[in-house]
Design a protein around this ligand. Structure first.
Ligand code: CIR
Length: 253
């Protein structure tokens, strides 16, 4: 079980964060900061020690720390994010991780976003996406296979940003999975199906029996409760405008 969550504050420049589509209403930075504070409070309330790094206004996406590192079995791989504008985000996360864990850093031309990696038991599923290339997957293998972890690539449709945009761990070896995604790559892993109408809610953050889930997606919350877990709805409207969700806002160690 992780004990620590690394997070990073929302920069004033968050209105310029990357987004596949221009949001119908602009990002409200103050509201994003309030939602971020509630997220950090929820992590702390569920037993994690929360480390919050300062924002960097030159890095509009810096609050999405998940993409900067992959942590498993006592090792952190500092990534080389797929979007060039995000490459400067990794140094502050690496410094924070250095106090907690051994780390290795990805080298060019590899690219990989942490949001493409889903750890389940002794497997790391990794999305082949616009952000994560073959060299990135090869360096993921090199970092984690020696620790007994199996790396399983998963093809993603072009419109899906990251693997964890469509699935996320639920603990006990289970995952959420968007109903339109093929199940085959996950073998016999048990999945709680997320309906297409609620696709954004597939990205949940599980802490023990508690599952942080985006507010406003009742069918997903009900499915999580029916799976014997406790959904904890959190407002994420401003992060959604920048294609971000719950797991994106922390690195758990
Ligand atoms: C991006 O496009 O890179 C950011 N605006 C959103 C990143 C979300 N991160 C994640 O899903 N792990």
């Amino acid at each position: 079980m992780p004990t620590t969550a690394i997070t990073r504050r929302v920069p004033a420049s968050f209105t310029r964060a990357l987004a596949a589509q221009t949001p119908s209403t602009p990002i409200d930075v103050e509201l994003a900061r309030a939602q971020h504070a509630a997220y950090c409070a929820a992590l702390a309330a569920h037993g994690l020690s929360v480390v919050t790094l300062d924002a960097d206004d030159t890095l509009p996406d810096c609050c999405f720390v998940e993409d900067a590192a992959v942590v498993a079995d006592g090792v952190a791989l500092i990534t080389r994010p797929g979007a060039p504008s995000r490459r400067g985000e990794t140094s502050a996360v690496a410094r924070a991780l250095a106090d907690l864990i051994r780390f290795v850093a990805m080298t060019p031309p590899a690219t990989l976003d942490g949001g493409d990696c889903l750890r389940l038991d002794s497997t790391i599923y990794v999305g082949r996406s616009k952000r994560t290339n073959e060299q990135g997957i090869a360096q993921l293998r090199k970092a984690f296979e020696p620790h007994g972890l199996r790396i399983v690539p998963v093809e993603l449709p072009a419109h899906v940003l990251h693997l964890k945009s469509v699935c996320a761990p639920l603990g006990d070896g289970r995952i959420t999975l968007l109903d339109t995604m093929p199940r085959a790559p996950f073998g016999d892993v048990a999945a709680v199906s997320v309906p297409t109408a609620e696709s954004y809610a597939a990205n949940v953050l599980t802490i023990g029996k508690h599952v942080l889930v985006a507010e406003g997606f009742p069918r997903t919350a009900e499915a999580i409760a029916a799976a014997g877990l406790e959904p904890v709805p959190l407002a994420t409207t401003e992060f959604r405008k920048a294609d971000g969700a719950l797991t994106c806002l922390s690195v758990l160690v």
